[in-house]
Design a protein around this ligand. Structure first.
Ligand SMILES: [Zn+2]
Ligand SMILES: [Zn+2]
Length: 187
């Protein structure tokens, strides 16, 4: 993951700070279905909407909420995941003004210090292992599905961006803690 932020002309996303690095936004000539302009960048993840809007929206219409409003779209479906007591503005910013990401299963957003965390990207063991607290979170998650001991260690060790199981890394915007969860191809 590059330390550099996306190109300065792109809108900034508090909860998804480098959407170019994560692949959510790509440099491509596409006429935005929302504003009608070709701004040279496209949102490359399929939003939750009646219409198929993958590769059809510009990052600016994601950032200002106009794409979500126009198409009644959400970029992340929190389902019942949103923690209690969070300001509705935070949940709205995550679901309606922040680029999402694709995961093997229904994606999840992580929260910490009473706020949504920043999504850093899909990672494998090499990157995850640099953050012991994120490794611990994944081990706790797999323990919850009844996998423990050597099996759990084998699972986290097999995590791979391009493999059949992947971790999703976040960082708390307040205390800096790294957070993660993992999922796997259902097959
Ligand atoms: Zn647009
Ligand atoms: Zn925190």
């Amino acid at each position: 993951m590059s330390a550099a932020a996306g190109p300065p002309e792109l809108p900034s996303f508090r909860y998804h700070p480098d959407p170019v690095a994560t692949g959510a936004i790509e440099q491509r000539a596409v006429r935005c279905r929302c504003c009608g302009q070709d701004r040279g960048w496209v949102y490359a993840v399929a939003p939750y909407a009646v219409e198929d809007l993958r590769d059809a929206l510009c990052p600016w219409c994601v950032a200002d909420g106009s794409a979500a409003a126009t198409f009644d779209a959400a970029f992340t479906d929190l389902g019942d995941e949103g923690p209690n007591g969070l300001p509705v503005q935070v949940l709205e910013e995550v679901t309606r003004r922040t680029p999402g990401f694709s995961a093997w299963q229904q994606e999840r957003w992580l929260f910490h210090c009473d706020d949504a965390a920043a999504f850093l990207g899909a990672v494998g063991w090499d990157e995850l292992s640099a953050h012991p607290e994120a490794v611990a979170a994944v081990l706790l998650q797999v323990a919850g599905s009844g996998i423990a001991g050597e099996d759990a260690e084998a699972f986290v060790g097999s995590l791979d961006v391009d493999g059949a199981s992947t971790a999703y890394l976040f960082r708390c915007l307040h205390c800096g803690a790294h957070l993660a969860y993992a999922d796997a191809d259902a097959d």
